[in-house]
Design a protein around this ligand. Structure first.
Ligand code: AKB
Length: 340
């Protein structure tokens, strides 16, 4: 029995997953197996070779994947985001760390079967950074990958550790074995800033206020922002997030000087964000009612990140700066969605 060569996407029913499936379909690549806890909508299911509703913690399910498919690349998007992970840290550890290790082991098993490396794309996050106070955050400016890796959330700790797991499997696997053996896992990761989709509203993230503010304005609903006007982090719109994952996946491994890269597009304060939203939706009612604890998480994340290495190693550059993001992606797409 010949197993079908495919790309596996976990967390496929999430906002990044939808975008990735659509982009693969645009390129005529339907050799996708989508896995998510939630059923994949029919429209996206039709773009895939297979769609499985299940849990990345279910070993029997993962065994079935190995028996049915020949997996050559994995986009492991399934995760509990930062706010939700604070409320259920044990579940976050299981999903974000044990789930990721399950998928890394599956990549290793698959590489042994078909004899080729399995590219493992892992979305990390600016949540791996932890600035101790606002004065330091302001002074630090654009953070490089090696700086301030002191996460203050369970999600940030999970992402930080999984980056190290991926680097271990790719660079130091079974280093004490009699003969040097490669794991076959070609781990690659981008640290996403706040991702803003015109199509979906994320849930359970701390950077969600950006998408929530824009979508509420388009729906004509008042919005109370849970961070203060001065809160500043880097952002990127979803098309650039998908572009970064695919571009890193396709980079020749010999071009990669490291396994984890910053990527960003624009840095905005919540007050500046409100101005862009009001320009697009003049009647938008937006006020700031900071939730001290959630706002404090945002204050530990960098105002901006330095993505020089991604540009140098695999020619990363965003398509959408903040003006183009609003004018050519967010406003037209959201307006169509809500028939504004
Ligand atoms: C979150 O807010 O948890 C995520 C992230 C920045 O990684 N959107």
């Amino acid at each position: 029995m010949v197993r079908k060569p495919v790309t596996l996407i976990t967390g496929a029913s999430g906002e990044v997953g939808f975008g990735l499936i659509e982009r693969f379909a645009e390129r005529g690549d339907s050799d996708i197996v989508a896995l998510d806890l939630n059923e994949l909508p029919d429209e996206h299911r039709a773009m895939c070779a297979g769609a499985i509703t299940g849990d990345i913690l279910d070993q029997n399910l993962l065994e079935r994947l190995i028996s049915e498919y020949e997996i050559h690349a994995i986009y492991h998007l399934a995760a509990l985001l930062s706010t939700r992970s604070e409320f259920t840290p044990d579940t976050a550890h299981r999903v974000n760390v044990e789930g990721t290790l399950n998928l890394i082991r599956l990549a290793h098993e698959q590489a042994r079967w078909h004899g080729n490396p399995v590219r493992f794309l892992f979305p990390s996050s600016i949540a791996v950074y932890g600035l101790p106070d606002l004065a330091t955050k302001r002074r630090a400016g654009r953070i490089r990958e090696s700086e301030w890796n002191l996460p203050t959330t369970m999600y940030g700790c999970n992402k930080c550790y999984c980056e190290q797991l991926g680097r271990y499997y790719s660079e130091h696997f079974r280093q004490l074995s009699a003969e040097a053996t490669s794991s076959g896992v070609d781990f690659r990761s981008v640290r996403f800033p706040g991702l803003i989709s015109a199509v979906t509203i994320p849930s359970g993230g701390t950077s969600d206020y950006a998408a929530e503010m824009i979508h509420a304005a388009a729906r004509g609903e008042a919005y109370e922002c849970f961070v203060g006007e001065e809160a500043r982090i880097p952002f990127m719109v979803m098309p650039d997030g998908i572009k970064a994952l695919l571009q890193l996946a396709e980079a020749p491994v010999e071009c990669l000087s490291q396994r984890v890269y910053n990527v960003t597009s624009f840095s905005l304060s919540a007050g500046e964000l409100r101005e862009y939203v009001r320009k697009a939706f003049p009647n938008a009612e937006i006020c700031f009612k900071p939730d001290g604890k959630r706002a404090a998480i945002i204050d530990t994340w960098p105002a901006d990140v330095d993505d020089t290495l991604a540009t140098r190693d695999w020619e990363w550059r965003p398509d959408f700066d903040v003006k183009r993001a609003f004018d050519e992606y967010l406003v037209p797409t959201i307006s169509r969605q809500y028939q504004v």
